[in-house]
Design a protein around this ligand. Sequence first.
Ligand code: PMP
Length: 417
Amino acid sequence: MASLSPLLKQATPVIVERGEGVYLYDEDGRRFLDFTAGIGVTSTGHCHPRVVAAAQEQIGKLIHGQYTTVMHRPLLTLAERLGEVLPEPLDSVFFSNSGSEAVEAALRLARHATGRPNVVVFHGSFHGRTIGAASMTTSGTKFRAGFSPIMGGVAISPFPTAHRYGWDEATATEFALRELDYVLATVTAPAETAAFVIEPVLGEGGYVPANPAFMAGLRERADKHGILLVVDEVQTGWGRTGRFWGHEHFGVTPDVLVTAKGLASGFPLSAIAASSDLMAKAWPGSQGGTYGGNVVACAAALATLDVIADEKLVDNARDVGATLEAGLNKVAADTPAISDVRGLGLMLGNEFRTADGEPDAATAARAQQEAASRGLLLLTCGPFGNVVRMIPPLVVTEQQVDDALEIWSGVVADVAG
Ligand code: PMP
């Protein structure tokens, strides 16, 4: 008899049996409000009937239509329909399975298209666990420690994290752009730099939004030097932030967009998007894989697109997100241990600090555990593990947010009051 490796670290002891909308049910039938959405994946809620129907219909026809061997219609239709949501001029897409794979695909594309070796990433970012993506990840040493030698060619520049210094946003932005220029002058010359790779909102790194001035500064430098601007929208895409893409908050257009998670409501599917001209600079066969663009996942993604449009889920993320944020701010106002509430739409984090201002991972973990025991599933994040994040499915209602806030305020009063 074999057993599951202890290498898997789980945030809760829950063994889940089924899901419906914003709720998960364990094997004993206990109901949980799921404010994790499977790490920001189940955008349309658990088992949305239209996603289930699309997947069930597809699964009876074809489960695996291997895309480097034969083509299948759901992939072609999805590629076409992504044109409805992608920014111009990103009119060409390539599919894979996970966020990490898509980040690696973007890295390959950037290196091929520019003929340059290096990338600049922004301190606190998470881009994945495969060695290439992990080498670009600086949201915590746990994703790198002991994995060396990691991939070379990655320079790290500051992200504008005003809250860390007690600065205002303008000061943090000015600092981060000045340091980027310094990195380009001292570490990786522009002529050797293929791409800037950035999350519009630091996800695993603690739910820190970028801002228009910083993103404009990146765009300007990218244009000046022929460097590609790659946005990793794995966590911020598909309506999560109250706009379809996170970067839309900041008024810039990326050259390459990376998406996964919310794309297929829980089926493994990811993609990169770029202009056809840019894609044409790499060569056919330079990307691929056995499972990429799975036909059932593509069918689920098509249904996901329909549900997001028909149920106005992007607007819901904005509006219900505002209610959640206001409620969290109210709790924080009564709780000195919560030093900051931040994020966009339905991607919100609560940062815990001690009375001395030090990151307080212990209280954040206690709050997360206590919330789970009271029926509210949450995750922590941040380089110090001191941020409790809330990322419910985008179908969440005002009532469900009220229910979650009631549990949360009780939890916080008990663990940090
Ligand atoms: N990029 C970002 C911004 C992410 O949040 C994640 C996952 N948390 C990844 C990449 C990696 O995605 P995956 O776990 O599907 O490989």
